[in-house]
Design a protein around this ligand. Structure first.
Ligand SMILES: [Mn+2]
Length: 376
């Protein structure tokens, strides 16, 4: 029996940090489409249940588009049972809105509350069944909730929660999941939401815990493959496979541009590096310029990013290069530039500024003296 575990979809995310309004709207639609595609995938594969471990929506003001898309996905797939645990972003807006508009929630949509609720899900073909138990964490129930978790150890148990994993809980933490307290309770699979990076680890001798991660990366803190967990439940237990499913992947790539003297040299090096990293024209990438570059080099991050934007969905370029300074070269230089370099070097040697500051002063000062950089 197959079950999907997803979380942190964040439908209706603003996405205005990097994108203009057109691109942000396009990405929001892609996130909605990702959810629809996942349900279509589930229907095709004969998936029996979809667990949504919180943060299906990003904001309290749910768009009509996202609401109707989720409603239809659930309502049109009555062979799939949906287990929707509200996360810290969800509120109850979705349920209220679909009740207002459609009269009732679909029969195959199952909800949780701030105390434990269990649902049994069985596969008519194989006879395999699993118990899905979940509760929504908040400041009031968090300390005591685990004490009332009573599972039948003879059953296959999935527990779903939305919160930050910690080893042991501190005094007042809401929405934390103290893993130690969830061990040896008969959990086979702990289906978690909240952390956006996919993660799968051993919980105890019997079970595993996993964050499905957000299905589409939204910013440069959500790099790498994104998707959902596909659980294969059998008599032997639960086997988990991560299914990469994002329509675009976000990359963070460091490129050594030590050999570049012009922005165009750097662009060529970057293109090669991005090709090696497998970045496609659909993807988003943060390029970190690295290496030690000559003082004569002029790498304009704005120009570089602008050029690369033609070939990728979105590009951000950050300059993390260090200047390569050959002090010998300036030892006998009679120009103002030579004088300046010797002065900064003397200050560094006298301990008035540290080596990093000296490098920065020299790199900036030399460029200004050469008239190639404006004072900001
Ligand atoms: Mn989240």
């Amino acid at each position: 029996m197959l079950i999907i575990h997803t979380a942190d979809v964040h439908l209706d995310s603003k996405l205005n940090r990097y994108f203009d309004s057109t691109k942000a709207a396009e990405r929001r639609n892609e996130i909605i489409r990702n959810f629809q595609r996942m349900v279509e995938y589930g229907a095709e594969k004969g998936v029996r249940g979809i667990i949504i471990a919180g943060d299906l929506f990003d904001v309290r003001n749910i768009s009509a588009m996202a609401r109707d898309a989720v409603y239809s996905s659930i309502n049109n797939n009555s062979d799939i049972e949906f287990y929707y645990l509200a996360g810290n972003h969800d509120a109850d807006a979705f349920i209220r809105q679909i009740t207002d508009k459609y009269g009732d929630i679909p029969e195959n949509l199952h909800l949780f509350s701030d105390t434990w609720t269990s649902y049994e899900l069985a596969c008519p073909q194989t006879g395999v069944s699993v118990v899905i138990t979940g509760a929504e964490l908040n400041e009031r129930n968090n300390k005591k909730l685990v004490d009332s978790l009573l599972l039948d150890r003879n059953r296959i148990n999935i527990v779903t929660l939305h919160g930050q994993e910690v080893e042991t809980a501190g005094k007042k933490d809401a929405e934390v999941i103290p893993l130690r307290e969830y061990r040896d309770r008969g959990i086979d699979y702990l289906a978690l939401g909240h952390i956006h990076e996919p993660k799968y680890e051993k919980l105890d001798a019997r079970g595993y815990y996993s964050y499905a991660g957000c299905p589409e990366g939204r910013g440069f803190d959500e790099v790498g493959p994104r998707g959902f967990n596909l659980l294969d439940v059998s008599e032997k237990g639960i086997e988990r496979t991560f299914v990469p499913f994002a329509s675009r992947i976000i990359y963070d790539v460091s490129v050594d541009v030590s050999e570049a003297v012009t922005s165009d040299d750097a662009i060529k090096l970057i293109r090669d590096a991005l090709m090696d990293a497998g970045v496609t024209d659909r993807d988003m990438v943060k390029v970190r310029l690295a290496g030690n570059i000559s003082l004569d080099a002029l790498l304009d991050t704005g120009f570089i990013a602008g050029s690369l934007m033609d070939d990728y969905y979105f590009v951000k370029v950050v300059d993390e290069t260090k200047p390569f300074i050959d002090y010998e070269e300036f030892a006998a230089d009679k120009s103002l530039k030579g004088e300046y370099v010797r002065l900064v070097k003397a200050m560094s040697e006298a301990g008035e500024i540290d080596a990093d500051e000296a490098e920065e002063c020299i790199a900036m000062g030399v460029r200004i003296l050469m008239g190639e950089e404006k004072l900001v």
